[in-house]
Design a protein around this ligand. Sequence first.
Ligand code: URA
Length: 440
Amino acid sequence: MSFVEAIARKRDGLPLERDDIRRFVGGATRGDLPVEQLAAMLMAICCRGMSAEETSWLTDDMLRSGEAWDLAASHPTVVDKHSTGGVGDTVSLVLAPLLAAVGVPVAMMAGRGLGHTQGTIDKLEAIPGFDCDRDRAGLDRLLELAGAAIIAQTADIAPADRRLYALRDVTASVPSLPLIVGSIMSKKLALGAATLVLDVKWGRGAFRTTVAEAHELAAALRRVARDAGVACEALITDMNQPLGSALGTASEVRAAVAVLQGEGDESLREVSLRLAEQAMVLRGADPAAARSSLERVLAAGDAMAAWIRMVEAHGGDPDPDRLARPSRTVEVVAERAGFLTGVAATDLGRVAVTAGAGRSRLDEPLDFAGGVRVHCRLGDRVERGQPLATLELGERPVDETALCSRIGAAFELGDDPPATLPALVLGTVDEVDPGARPHP
Ligand code: URA
């Protein structure tokens, strides 16, 4: 069967054969399938989904498209963490030094921006000198120096994901359960840490918008991890509004540093603590003791010291004053008084991407100064003329008026406060009822 016929099968809702998936992943890895066929298959998978069996073949082939590092063999206590993606989600930058400060080593292989979200690697590269490109020996050295490392996917780790990830980003084929599972788990299993915590986002700024969809994804990710012998837990967390107030690259580094200095966004701090606690519990700690030691290192400045060690080990300059700042800012104000009842978080993420924090073409350079700063949270009372958000601009040319009106439209104001507010952390896969509707 030709690959075009395989695309047609998926388009028509028929399952792919084992060999179709092998050719798809092999074609992405070796470059011997044309980009239009890869893109068409991605879109067909996105629209039609995959069975658990197809998803497991996809993950397996993506994992086997490159090297496996088996970190657990040399560093059995190392923890890895991954988020399914959201906006204002700077948790990795807080969590890595936080865990390192309590003596739990962390190694993450992170990604660049995807869809409307801002990527961890893009944020770290906003730090002057920070080098995320490390091979296996380089990762060992970072762990030795700092006990925490966040590196970019190397050319040899899950190369199929590298290719497909970039292609999904520019073809609107990101929000698909099997594609997300294949992408995340191929990298996680290739790195091979023995312990993995997952932050699975649900809501308007996430790739899975309902609790049921997020629960399905969390369960699928955890199943693949546990089947591979990895101690894994997934927390389902809220993404109905940006997690932190900064959406961008340099600005999100500043937001993480603020939390590590004992200030900053409360929601970002809390989700980071909960995930770090979960990681320690997976490694055998008592939950209350884990939480109190994490809070202690945060308050004592040890987590901030661990951040500085991590940044310096990566070759970066930890001085936050060296981070890019916007050359122009434009405030977007409320046109009426009311309560904030909804936030189109995906739209805010897209504005941040357009302002410089992401790409519309594979080769587009980022503008580290660009992004959005959000000034209110769901349920807040705002007065007419009060700033809702600020558009932050660097050198990338943009249609400022269009971006501002998009920001304004993302904030929904009503006469009454929302009846309920979504919980920041819903819980683990087993704790969450997938049928619950916590935020209609
Ligand atoms: N993170 C990834 O690495 N891949 C996805 O598809 C989504 C989030």
